[in-house]
Design a protein around this ligand. Structure first.
Ligand SMILES: Cc1cc2nc3c(=O)[nH]c(=O)nc-3n(C[C@H](O)[C@H](O)[C@H](O)COP(=O)(O)OP(=O)(O)OC[C@H]3O[C@@H](n4cnc5c(N)ncnc54)[C@H](O)[C@@H]3O)c2cc1C
Length: 415
């Protein structure tokens, strides 16, 4: 099977890359084993919240220069200041162009509200989610927080307690609509995805409850379990008589699943081929180029292409595999940076930065994967599998995945 570009991994990074290349007329295939980190998505894309030295970041566009000083292997260091700045703008335009509405900008981090009601810096937040511009104060005097009776993956009281510390009072309302009752026969059925399937079809009933019970509040806070179906969240917001703002629940993430499906469908509409549920297992490398890659489902029938993009994610998606004595990349056996001394992998203080988070595939400055110290001519690496950054401590996970994908697609297009 011959394509212009073979993309291995169909999470955020692989999909952004695939869409960007397909829009420019490249014939792309994405082969993806299964779910991606988007299924656990908060609704907010982080660009740079904290520097490697622990200092909080307010303006990623100007403060990235400190990343460049502090972290030589960081993907942002490889991009450099000018390319980083340009790609942040490109990324914001990319989402606007494909009709994904996001709030925020790389010039100023805003705050998202976590499932525990605390505030956390971020870059871009999905439309309809609760955000704040300030850390010390929220924009509402009083909110009404709603939750379906028996839904255990959302914590109104924690949120109300945190809001009160910031001067916002809350009233909490547990509600039901009869269509949810069949989910209660088995408590494990009362999960965000199943609830969303019901609520999306009953927006009028939900809006009537919200309007009746939220008199006296400035805004309605709602668990992010509406919006699996296109347009339903907007419909709820229109039917309610005050702003309805989502706060993420425990996974699965409705906004993440929606985003994954939306990007997937967008890629298909551009003529891309997406093979879900297949895994690349090995490749032939000749003359410093990837010649063929082989998948489980296609056996001896290889995929061939001018360029290959490896976007298989980190440990979570098995793009990286950790054994007791090494960390490796399982398809090409690319060079991986990791500490030889296993003591450096972990910090027993669980909230401290963990060494293993920075491990990843080594690349040159163009994100070409290194094999035995040499960059392969046509194998690019993007996303969470890259070396040199800590997505959790630095709050830069989505930023690295998106910006590296845009950079890689630019390199392929300008060859
Ligand atoms: C649980 C979790 C939650 C996160 N939440 C956020 C958040 O809210 N905001 C934020 O900014 N960042 C978040 N991050 C950081 C996250 O890494 C990035 O935001 C981003 O989504 C990662 O995208 P990716 O495409 O690089 O990798 P992934 O999303 O991991 O996708 C990799 C894909 O490759 C596929 N794959 C793996 N091996 C193979 C193979 N051999 N053949 C074919 N396919 C393969 C996998 O099945 C998967 O679909 C989160 C990370 C995790 C782990």
């Amino acid at each position: 099977m011959k394509f212009d570009t073979i993309i291995i991994g169909g999470g955020l990074s692989g999909l952004v890359c695939g869409i960007r290349l397909s829009r420019q007329g490249k014939r792309c295939v994405i082969i993806s084993s299964g779910q991606s980190a988007l299924h656990f998505f908060s609704g907010s894309y982080d660009l740079l919240n904290v520097l490697p030295n622990g200092k909080e970041v307010n303006n990623p566009l100007t403060e990235v220069k400190d990343v460049i000083k502090q972290a030589p292997d960081h993907p942002y260091t490889k991009l450099g200041l000018d390319q980083f700045t340009r790609l942040v703008r490109d990324a914001e335009l990319f989402f606007a162009d494909i009709n994904i509405s996001l709030y925020g900008s790389g010039e100023k981090n805003h705050y998202r509200i976590t499932p525990m009601g605390t505030l956390k810096h971020t870059w871009l937040t999905a439309q309809g989610f609760a955000t704040s511009e300030q850390a010390e104060k929220l924009q509402w005097k009083r909110v009404s927080i709603f939750n379906p009776i028996g839904f255990l993956d959302f914590y109104p009281q924690f949120i109300a307690d945190e809001f009160l510390k910031l001067g916002t009072e809350s009233d909490i309302h547990l509600f039901n609509i009869p269509d949810l009752d069949h989910l209660r026969y088995n408590p494990s059925e009362l999960r965000s995805t199943n609830i969303a399937r019901v609520l999306d079809k009953n927006i009028d009933k939900v809006a009537a409850i919200l309007n009746e019970k939220s008199a006296g509040s400035d805004a309605i806070i709602f668990p992010a379990c509406v919006g699996l179906e296109a347009g339903s969240l907007l419909e709820l917001q229109k039917a309610a008589d005050k702003p309805v703002l989502m706060i993420p629940t425990m996974p699965p993430s409705i906004v993440g699943i929606y985003t994954q499906q939306y990007l997937h469908n967008y890629f298909l509409k551009l003529g891309g081929v997406y093979m879900l549920g297949d895994s690349i297992k090995k490749a032939d490398i000749e003359n410093n180029r990837v010649k063929r890659v082989y998948s489980f489902n296609h056996g001896d029938i290889p995929f061939t292409g001018d360029d290959v993009v490896l976007a298989t994610g980190s440990y979570f998606s098995q793009g990286l595999i950790a054994t007791p004595d090494r960390v490796y990349e399982p398809i090409f056996n690319l060079d991986v940076s990791y500490a030889d001394d296993r003591q450096e992998w972990y910090n027993p203080k669980i909230f401290e930065p963990q060494g293993y988070q920075r491990f990843g595939v080594k690349t040159d400055a163009d994100f070409k994967g290194l094999l035995n110290g040499r960059a392969l001519d046509n194998l690019y690496v993007s996303g969470a599998i890259l070396e040199g950054f800590n997505p959790i401590k630095e709050g830069c996970g989505a930023g690295v995945s998106i910006l590296s994908a845009l950079s890689v697609s630019e390199s392929i297009l300008t060859k």
